[in-house]
Design a protein around this ligand. Structure first.
Ligand SMILES: Cc1ncc(COP(=O)(O)O)c(C=O)c1O
Length: 401
């Protein structure tokens, strides 16, 4: 035991359960087990070649030094132009800040606007890191549970009820991790009407999956239907998902200049800047990877449809078709309460632990996303592996007593 006590803030900070699960799966793999992982949210294909070449070139020509804390000008320009086109609004490079992944950008945004006691509305099921990040900023997560009956999406009625005088911000994520659900323009219009009545509430729009959208090239956005809210919206995005660049660690935000400058100051005193090489590569990703992204979306669509057909063969599993991202959110409530090798399965976490130990299949339990009774399956893996994973899941579920 350390003679030095941990700060309260560190005590709040639980390690990411998804990364822990992935580490356990990796350990089992190293021990020789044939593990199939549907847990960690990243592509199983590599960063596109044109992007890699630019990264290598950046090293060769010595672009290996510190950069401005808000990112190199070429990257901020590329981001401003792409986002302006995506959202039909005009953003200037001075309204952009770049840092080490969208995760840190979100952290920086919350640190910048949330004071102790402020409430931040989170729509459950939500990405697992949101709650801890809000707490680390001293804020209180105000969790609004959006179950199957509302298609896992926030409704105007639920939003209105959740807003209090202490509400500082709401976090929206569409396409969603973990459900893959996408808000329609109509749904966003109704949410915008409620938000207009609360001019002091910031809207953090986590758009990390916006290009991985099956119904339209770019997923519908709050600012498509409510451009008048732009000064209150912090737009978050990054290179990880669309361009298969999870390890390059590039994320960005756009918004009101005062907020963006404060975020940059925070970033400058913490990580200084994002990796210079990755920033160069991200310019190439944004400017010249549209064809590859379109191919990726097509590949994901095929994998999604294939895995859904396979999962339908398991009696008792319920799911709906996701419209974006790369996750399936499946209802496994009928299996909770049954027993596995004499031990009662009490939660989705019990299912995921037993499934990994018994069948070497890694999935993430719903409780990590704020909703019990579900599993999240990441379908970035090849069809054959997906088929094998579902076969093993079927064996597992059917063996429950
Ligand atoms: C909803 C959501 N937001 C943000 C991120 C962070 O992405 P990164 O830090 O890799 O840019 C992720 C990654 O899993 C995510 O799922």
């Amino acid at each position: 035991m350390s003679p030095i006590s941990l700060a309260k803030r560190a005590q709040l900070c639980k390690p990411s359960p998804i990364l822990m699960l992935a580490a356990k799966a990796a350990e089992m793999k190293a021990a020789g087990h044939n593990v199939i992982s549907l847990s960690i949210g990243e592509p199983d294909w590599d960063t596109y070649d044109n992007i890699k070449e630019v990264g290598i070139g950046a090293i060769r020509v010595g672009m290996t030094k510190y950069t401005p804390a808000n990112g190199i000008p070429e990257l901020r320009k590329a981001i401003a132009e792409q986002t302006s086109q995506d959202l039909g609004l005009s953003y200037d490079p001075s309204q952009v800040t770049v840092s080490s992944g969208a995760k840190f950008i979100l952290f920086s945004a919350l640190q910048t606007i949330v004071d102790p006691g402020d409430e931040v509305i989170l729509v459950a099921p939500f990405w697992a890191s949101y709650t801890t990040m809000v707490e680390l900023a001293g804020g209180e997560p105000k969790i609004v549970v959006c179950d199957e009956d509302v298609d896992f999406k926030l409704t105007p009625e639920l939003l209105r009820k959740a807003i209090t005088p202490k509400t500082k911000a709401i976090l929206l994520n569409s396409p969603s991790n973990p459900t893959g659900k996408v808000y329609s323009r109509e749904e966003l219009t109704k949410l915008a009407a409620v938000l207009r009545d609360h001019p002091k509430v910031a809207i953090i729009s986590d758009d990390i999956y916006n290009r991985l959208s099956f119904e339209s090239k770019i997923a519908p956005h709050l600012l498509h239907v409510a451009p008048d809210l732009r000064d209150r919206v912090i737009v978050l995005n990054g290179a990880s998902k669309s361009y298969a660049m999870t390890g390059w660690r590039i994320g960005w935000a756009l918004g009101n200049k005062e907020i963006i400058s404060a975020m940059t100051a925070y970033q400058s005193q913490s990580v200084s800047c994002a990796v210079a090489i990755s920033q160069q590569a991200a310019v190439e990703a944004i400017r010249n990877s549209e064809t590859q992204v379109a191919q990726t979306v097509q590949k994901l669509r095929e994998r999604r449809d294939f895995l859904i057909e396979e999962l339908k063969k398991i009696e008792g599993v319920r799911l709906s078709v996701p419209e974006g991202a790369f996750y399936l959110w499946i209802n496994v409530q009928p299996f909770i309460g049954k027993s596995h090798k004499g031990k009662v399965i009490r939660s989705s976490e019990d299912i995921s632990v037993a499934l990994l130990e018994d069948q070497f299949v890694a999935v993430v339990p719903g409780n990590e996303f704020g909703l019990e009774g579900f599993l999240r399956l990441c379908y970035t893996l090849e069809k054959e592996k997906g088929r094998e994973a579902v076969e093993r899941m079927k064996n597992f579920f059917y063996a429950l007593k």
